[in-house]
Design a protein around this ligand. Sequence first.
Ligand SMILES: [Zn+2]
Length: 101
Amino acid sequence: MKQVYTHENRFFVANAKHILESHGIRVFLKNEHASSIMGEAAALHAWVELWVDDDADYERACRIIETSLSQKDAVGWQCAHCNEENDASFELCWNCQSEHS
Ligand SMILES: [Zn+2]
């Protein structure tokens, strides 16, 4: 098992998890519930971590995340469900978690 991604904003981690799962890679989250127990200040030290279950998937997972999260020139999209603007790298709406359709 290897950590493949982490971010202070748990939505980014959830988004990365969704992307990897859509590529058939088995992943899981660590520290998912830490910040609610430890409070805001401590939450910085308890970022949600995304881990791959199988080390053999690690390199591929890194590449997928790099590619998916570096599309700076891509245009964002508007959620059909709640009309919020989303970054192009998001596959789920940050606000309501609807699928990008
Ligand atoms: Zn939405």
